[in-house]
Design a protein around this ligand. Structure first.
Ligand code: MN
Length: 136
């Protein structure tokens, strides 16, 4: 179980990520834009931050830049959730300070596994696979 902050302006994407993460036992915090997301990051120091790139106000790149400048936040795993799956954008995302990215559209079958790889080892679902809800 991990504490995960999601910064995403698209309500459908937000809803899907929250649903999947909570279904597998994670705790979520939600922000529809970057400034509020940074504030929540300061308040909650989550285990992982999932962040959209294109948002009104400050974009995901700016969120990443500010998080990496904060001593209290700079070691938090930060993952871009982005529709930009083209070559070149990966480098841009990593250069901005993200640890990696998950491509949109969100794939419910693989999303939790992708998130897991970015969590601290002791917060991963794969370290306690018996807690997985049965999938029929
Ligand atoms: Mn967006």
């Amino acid at each position: 179980m991990a504490r995960i902050l999601i910064i995403e302006d698209n309500p459908a994407n937000m809803q899907l990520m929250v649903y999947l993460l909570r279904a597998f036992g994670h705790q979520t915090f939600e922000s529809p834009e970057g400034e509020a997301g940074l504030k929540t990051a300061h308040q909650e120091t989550p285990d992982l931050i999932l962040c959209d790139l294109q948002m009104p106000g400050i974009d995901g790149y700016e969120v990443a830049r500010r998080i990496r400048l904060e001593p209290r936040l700079k070691l938090i795993s930060l993952v871009a959730v982005t529709a930009y799956a083209m070559a070149g954008d990966r480098e841009k995302v990593l250069a901005a300070g993200f640890n990696g990215y998950i491509s949109k559209p969100i794939n419910p079958e693989s999303f939790l596994g992708q998130v897991d790889t970015f969590l601290p080892p002791d917060k991963r679902l794969s370290s306690s696979s018996s807690n997985f809800p049965s999938r029929t």
